[in-house]
Design a protein around this ligand. Structure first.
Ligand SMILES: [Zn+2]
Length: 138
């Protein structure tokens, strides 16, 4: 089944992003940022144009707050369920953002996903550790 795509108004989206600030430095797209300790959680959406409003995904991203290196990236389809999906992803990325710690090498240790599930790894060195199963993030 193909979900029907919906036109999302920018104001609808802003209402879903309390505490996020529009970042006009990002060109060609709307970026809404919220700094959480060592990282910036960024929500990106294309500037709506009638001819392609449904084609692009909203993206929930996490960046290193200093280098702005992209660390985490999720796509939110523009279907009827976009608000629910966006809320769930933001909650998940916020929770992961609070767990990010500075590595001895200067990089950031954060949750990543691989073929064998989730683990924590550094953005710079090869430090990594598995996540204990009692953790609640799905
Ligand atoms: Zn490291």
């Amino acid at each position: 089944m193909i979900d029907r795509l919906v036109a999302i108004k920018l104001n609808d989206m802003r209402e879903e992003l309390p505490g996020f600030e529009w970042n006009p430095v990002v060109e060609k797209e709307f970026a809404f940022d919220k700094q959480i300790e060592l990282v910036v959680v960024r929500i990106l959406t294309t500037i709506p144009r009638l001819e392609n409003y449904g084609e692009e995904f909203i993206r929930v991203c996490m960046h290193d707050a200093i280098s702005m290196k992209l660390m985490v990236f999720f796509r939110i389809p523009r279907t009827d369920r976009w608000k629910t999906t966006l809320r769930e992803r933001i909650a998940q990325v916020m929770e992961e953002a609070l767990r990010v710690v500075r590595c001895e090498c200067g990089g950031l240790v954060y949750v990543q996903r691989g073929a064998y599930g989730r683990y924590e790894a550094c953005t710079k060195c090869n430090r990594r550790r598995s996540i204990i199963p009692t953790d609640t993030i799905p």
